[in-house]
Design a protein around this ligand. Structure first.
Ligand code: B1M
Length: 212
C-alpha cells in the first residue's frame, strides 16, 4: 500500500478509504511514523494551504481533519510503541465566558494533523485552569480562542494570570477567533495570531522554529 494512496485519501476526506489503506499499510509493515510524517501530515498541510488561498471552505477542511483523526485512531497506539516524538505539545481552550467551540475544535484538529500533541481544555476555560494545565503538561504553545467581543477581555485576564504565575516565559501564546486581530494580539502581548484553522499550524510551527 503506497503512502501516496493514504495522502490522497486524507486530502480528499475519504474516511473509510483512509482507514482501510492506513490499516493495510500497517499490516504490510510500514512504520506508523512514516505513515504519519510522509502521508498524513503532508496531506493536512496541503489542506491548510488550500484553505488559506480560498480553494477549500470550512466543511471540506473539517471532513479532511476528521479523516486524519480516523487514520490517527489506527496509528496512535503504534506511534506510542514506536516512540515517535510529536512535533510539540499544545494546550488549547476557549476562554472563560465563551461556549463557542466549533472553530477551536477545528484548530485543534488541524494542529493534531500537523503532528502536535493536543491537550484540549474545552470551552469556558478559566485563567486558573489554563495556568494549571500549563504547569501540569508543560506545553510548547497555548492557544486561546474566543468568538465573542465581550470575552476578548478573558484573553487579557488569562495572559495576566500567566504572568502572575510566572509561567509566561515558558510557553508561546497564540490567539484566534472571529473578533481577534493581530492588533489585539500585539496589545495583549501574545506571541502570535492565527486568523483561521488553515494558518494555525503554520503560525505555531513558525514560532517554534519548525520548518514545513
Ligand atoms: Co454564537 N455568536 N452566541 N452561538 N454564534 C456568534 C459568534 C455571533 C457572531 C452571532 C451574531 O450575532 N452574528 C455573536 C457574537 C457577536 C459578538 O460578540 N460580536 C454570537 C452571540 C452573540 C452568541 C450569544 C451571546 C447569543 C445569545 O445567547 N444571546 C451566545 C453566547 C454563549 C456563550 O458563549 N456564552 C451564543 C451561543 C451560540 C451557540 C451555543 C448557539 C452556538 C455555539 C455552538 C458551539 O460552538 N458549540 C453559536 C454559534 C454556532 C454561532 C455562530 C453562528 C457560528 C460560530 C461558528 O462555529 N463558526 C456565530 C456567527 C458566525 O460566525 N456566523 C455566532 C464556524 C467556525 C468554524 O468558525 O468559530 O470563527 P469560527 O472559527 C474559525 C476562526 O475564528 C479561527 O479558526 C476557525 C476555523 O477557521 N479560530 C481560531 C477560532 N478559534 C481559534 C483559535 C486559534 C486560532 C484560530 O488559536 C490559535
Amino acid at each position: 500500500m503506497s503512502l501516496e494512496t493514504i495522502y490522497d485519501a486524507v486530502l480528499n476526506g475519504k474516511m473509510k478509504e483512509a482507514k482501510v489503506v492506513t490499516q493495510a499499510a500497517v499490516d504490510a509493515g510500514v512504520a506508523a511514523g512514516d505513515i504519519l510524517h510522509k502521508a498524513c501530515i503532508p496531506a493536512m498541510t496541503e489542506v491548510g494551504r488550500q484553505f488559506e488561498i480560498g480553494e477549500r471552505f470550512v466543511p471540506e477542511m473539517l471532513i479532511a481533519a476528521r479523516t486524519m483523526s480516523g487514520a490517527l485512531e489506527i496509528l496512535r497506539p503504534l506511534l506510542i510503541e514506536e516512540e515517535v516524538e510529536t512535533v510539540g505539545k499544545v494546550v488549547i481552550g476557549t476562554v472563560v465566558g465563551d461556549l463557542h467551540d466549533i472553530g477551536k475544535n477545528l484548530v485543534a484538529m488541524m494542529l493534531e494533523g500537523a503532528g502536535f500533541e493536543i491537550i484540549d481544555l474545552g470551552n469556558d476555560v478559566s485563567p486558573e485552569k489554563f495556568v494549571a494545565a500549563i504547569e501540569e503538561h508543560k506545553p510548547d504553545v497555548v492557544c486561546m480562542s474566543t468568538l465573542l467581543t465581550t470575552t476578548m477581555a478573558s484573553i487579557s485576564k488569562t495572559m495576566d494570570a500567566l504572568y502572575r504565575a510566572e509561567i509566561r516565559d515558558e510557553v508561546k501564546v497564540v490567539i484566534g477567533g472571529a473578533p481577534v486581530t493581530q492588533e489585539f494580539a500585539d496589545k495583549v502581548k501574545a506571541d502570535g495570531f492565527a486568523a483561521d484553522a488553515g494558518s494555525a499550524p503554520r503560525v505555531v510551527k513558525a514560532l517554534l522554529g519548525i520548518s514545513g
